[in-house]
Write a protein that binds this ligand. Sequence first.
Ligand code: AMP
Length: 631
Amino acid sequence: MTRYAEFYRQSIDQRDNFWATQARLIDWQTPPQQVCDYSNPPFANWFVGGTTNLCHNAVDRHLADRPDQAALVAISTETDTERSYSYRELHTEVQRMAASLLALGVKKGDRVQIYMPMVAEAAFAMLACARIGAVHSVVFGGFASGSLASRIDDAEPVVIVSADAGSRGGKAVAYKPLLDEAIRLASHKPKAVLLVDRGLVPLQLEAGRDHLWSELRAQHMDAEVACEWVASSHISYTLYTSGTTGKPKGVQRDTGGYTVALAASMKHIFQARPGQTFFTTSDIGWVVGHSYIIYGPLVAGMTTIMYEGLPTRPDAGIWWSIVEKYKVTHMFSAPTAVRVLKKQDPSWLKKYDISSLKALWLAGEPLDEPTAQWISDALQIPIIDNYWQTETGWPILTLANGIEQQTTRFGSPGKAMYGYNVKLIDEATGEELTEPNQKGVVAIEGPLPPGCMQTIWRDDERFVSTYWNTIPGRQIYSTFDWGIRDADGYYFILGRTDDVINVAGHRLGTREIEESISSHPNIAEVAVVGVADSVKGQVAMAFAVPRDATGLEHDDARRKLEGEVMKQVDGQLGAVARPSRVFFVTALPKTRSGKMLRRALQAVAEGRDPGDLSAMEDPSALQQVRTLVGA
Ligand code: AMP
């Protein structure tokens, strides 16, 4: 048996011993008495009896050995700023933020929503919440009022931390008006809003509710706020993700299991050592940002780089100039970003000294072979794909090169990671597929390892019914992805089994977009599907039936309505969810019983054969689509 195969076996067969060893990678105030309580499946309770603190492990624990080492470097090519914070300085700033949140009435277990651009204060806010045992819930800054409002109502935050604006491509994007509108729309009202004024757009404060960070910080310059030791199972955060229904799910994570899982992943997967530099190009609004911009690198005593800006501005060499300047050792990005760079002049990749870089990890969406090959040739370092989900918090499939160097196979994210009892399951029978190269649903036998979601926030029942009861005859976690495994244990991911689409690594529920489009007064019905795109992986495409089609035979009128629909989505959900096109049709492809034939619609929109259409009610519906997309 290879070293990794042995390591993996132990993690499954001697689960408790295995994770007891990993638990020693972090500091505990009280060590756990029991490794895993799985007496109430599928709910797993990791490190029972242990008390710890995520902020302590990410910040305070490093003060003795590396107080003056940079902990966080916040670089913005949008505002042309670079701010570096040593562990000592980060400790100070986090305490100021923690004291400010306490002053605004936040208590242990209270939720704090964070709706922020990629600025250092966003990291302070997350760490401050962890410090005082508050539950943070970060909402991606690209989401608009409607999305934010539904998350406010679900999380019921006591305080919302936000900013005047973000910035994209050199243009300020005001956040505060979106936040004000979201609070107006939401039934739950936060007690206070804490605002970072970046001076990008004029900021209007609501008296009694809104507070400026600059003022609160000044009041708490010398604040000392001790870490609140919390039970391992104490909720560290919730993070919303899309599913098949319009209502986003609050993925809820614990503290102890998550801290251990991250510490272990930094060692075994990323081969990270204290003092090295980790640069993840994601956003704190996504799970990659939580795990590998903020917590993972800091727990490992590294320097982490937060980047606000595009990969191509001021030029396509910007990332590599950061690698050179900060001697980045580990880089983590998404395939879409690489595909964007691939369209630029390749000489940008040769302009800087990137010899510090050990490997590039990519995640969030399928990494196609040509893209992997291109970046591998250009950088001459290992390119490591990793497959995971918001729900799991750390990779399910990749290569654990910290245990044993393994060969990358382009097109495959790699092997099952330790702790994940990954199976391929026949969707119809629930049987496990054990032969190589059989296609099945990628599923995970419980308990999910430490770091994975505990439940859906305030909805245990939905957690069970959504994830654990979809495969006939067995209680097993479904990833909702199709996959195959080759004879050597390498997996290949073949797309989602549900209506979730992945646009530039951003996971979107088509149902949410449909609901937003349907609320336009002239839209009777709509179907949104994900269509293959050479840069973004997929884009959302909408096919809508107008209530009143008068005049829509004219290009101008169609374009006007399409623009209105797009604006509606921008305003409610945010530009990330905006469909690339809205086509108007007289009917949508459905079965005689009224079920939407999404896969057929998607196939036709991609110019593929839609397969068996015998159940279809009105064959002309697909013909219209074919004509419209020019397939
Ligand atoms: P999210 O929760 O937003 O990270 O989205 C998770 C989903 O993205 C997975 O269920 C997959 O459908 C897809 N995904 C993430 N990483 C990969 C990868 N490396 N290869 C293929 N698909 C991926």
